[in-house]
Write a protein that binds this ligand. Structure first.
Ligand SMILES: C[S@@+](CC[C@H](N)C(=O)[O-])C[C@H]1O[C@@H](n2cnc3c(N)ncnc32)[C@H](O)[C@@H]1O
Length: 484
């Protein structure tokens, strides 16, 4: 044993580097600074950490939960942090706010013990912000830790009766304008409203589609996977299931696709067509069903299912997409389709095809994406109310041109991944007035599902159906429409 006196411990201790929290912070900065999407930023960061041997599966799961949870609850955490900081939040540097939000999520949104959440976040602050700002972080986190989430919500959310939209918005981490829009879309009653907001805060399970004629659902039912709820082609992976490990997915015979999207494609494919001359008093022509168009195809999920369905009945799909790189994704999704198809980079509002060319047309139009908030945790805070009218002219124009592109008696599916009435019914109503198209009852073309509403269009819901909130209206072009 050495008799040397022990050296006094240094006042300065190097901060402990915690790769999980550092990675989570980097992802939050990318989302904040570069307007990046978390679901695109995170996977390469995780891959890099795994390749360096820094991460195992549990670390990756924790990093994912920290990033997604912090982003999803950001607006509510900001309200709570604002109560604990003695200056307006806009005067707090964004990286400091990101560390505070990450800390708030650990303290209020996870089972991480309070002392561990505080000390891990303060260590992170020492690494990424420096000692001075770490002290500030420490002081704020200690105030946040004084209450649990329910305690804070009691304090910061107004009473339901005083302001129901703000109350629900803060309690369920949705901006007020989105609460208001979802409420309108649900029909204004209180039924289902809290369930919907809660469902938006759940991470969706991964659903696969077995592309008909190319793969069977049975082939995808390995491990703990279970059949889909509604689509005959759907298989749901168990939590943590990796689609990349499924051979049919690697070979492009199956893909990742929400059941709502599968149902949209299936309903369009099943919609009854009328012969072109029907109603003109002439002889009934055979019902042509040969040529289909997906006018907004990128990245190609619905196009791949439609192309496979078309192939089974000897029809051909043309998949049009305006953005060249997204048209490339469509080509990849359709590769190996058993029947003929074409992918074109084209603007579907200035069609290169003649009016009346197609028997079935899908326009799954660009929209606010308010129906897929559970997939994109940051989207709800990034979207603005003015985005809704911003999409309106394009949505109307795409539907107008789809109704030109389809032949008389053919059917157009108008789909959005948003339940906002201004993006769904309002667009469809305007185009029916303008073109005289007939609105078909889409409900019988979907499986026997509860909560499909009064029709004739359908709105799917995460809390009722476990799908994204896809909207679908089916319109049949009449002879009178578009001067046919
Ligand atoms: C909601 S996404 C379609 C998703 C796709 N149906 C799927 O299931 O994978 C809308 C797509 O329409 C494309 N788009 C937007 N304007 C367009 C236009 N004028 N002509 C053709 N495509 C357009 C966008 O680039 C985007 O890829």
């Amino acid at each position: 044993m050495s008799n040397r006196p022990r050296r006094p411990s240094k006042p300065y201790r190097r901060p402990r580097k915690d790769p999980v929290r550092i990675l989570a912070f980097e992802a939050l900065r990318a989302v904040d600074e570069r307007d990046a999407y978390a679901n695109l930023v995170l996977p390469p960061l995780l891959d890099k950490a795994r390749a360096k041997g820094e991460f195992d599966a549990r670390d990756a799961a924790l990093a994912t939960e920290l990033v997604y949870g912090t982003l999803r609850w950001q607006g509510t955490y900001d309200v709570i942090i604002a109560e604990c900081v003695d200056r307006p939040l806009r005067d707090v540097d964004p990286p400091v706010l990101d560390v505070l939000a990450l800390g708030a999520h650990q303290l209020l949104g996870t089972r991480i013990p309070t002392h561990a959440g505080v000390s891990a976040t303060v260590e992170l602050a020492r690494v990424v912000l420096g000692d001075g700002r770490a002290k500030f972080v420490n002081a704020v986190l200690r105030k946040i830790a004084a209450e649990d989430l329910d305690g804070w919500l009691e304090k910061v959310a107004p009473a339901y009766d005083a302001d129901p939209e703000e109350h629900l918005g803060i309690r369920h981490a949705h901006p007020r304008w989105i609460v208001s829009a979802l409420w309108d879309a649900l029909g204004g009653g209180s039924a289902g409203m809290e369930e919907l907001l809660e469902a938006d805060n759940e991470r969706p399970e991964v659903t696969l589609v077995a592309r008909p004629g190319r793969a069977t659902p049975g082939e995808l039912l390995t491990g703990d996977a279970v059949p889909g709820r509604w689509s005959p082609y759907a298989v749901r992976l168990a939590e943590g299931g990796d689609p990349g490990e499924v051979q049919a997915v690697r070979e492009g015979r199956a893909g990742v696709q929400d059941e709502g999207s599968q149902l949209v494609a299936l309903a369009l494919a099943a919609a009854p067509l009328a012969p072109a001359g029907a109603g003109n008093g002439g002889a009934q022509a055979a019902v042509r069903d040969e040529l289909w168009l997906d006018g907004c195809a990128g990245p190609g999920g619905k196009a791949a299912l439609l192309a496979a369905l078309a192939a089974q009945r000897g029809a051909r799909l043309v998949a049009a997409e305006k953005q060249p790189h997204r048209a490339g994704l469509v080509s990849r999704a359709l590769e190996g389709n058993p029947g003929p198809y074409a992918v074109v980079t084209a603007d579907s509002t200035r069609p290169a095809w003649r009016p009346g060319t197609f028997d079935r047309v899908l326009v799954d139009v660009p929209c606010t994406g308010l129906g897929a908030l559970r997939r994109r945790p940051e989207a709800r805070w990034r979207r603005r109310p003015e985005d809704v009218p911003g999409f309106a002219p394009l949505q109307r124009n795409l539907l107008r041109q789809a109704l030109h592109a389809v032949r008389a008696g053919g059917v157009v599916g108008y789909a959005t991944c948003s339940p906002h009435p201004a993006e769904t019914r309002a667009v469809v109503d305007d185009l029916i007035k303008e073109t005289g198209a007939e609105l078909l009852d889409a409900r019988p073309l979907l499986p026997d599902m509860p909560g499909l509403g009064d029709g004739p269009d359908v709105q799917l819901w995460p809390h009722l159906h476990g799908t994204d909130a896809m909207y679908l209206a089916l319109l049949r072009r009449t002879d009178a429409a578009n001067g046919a």
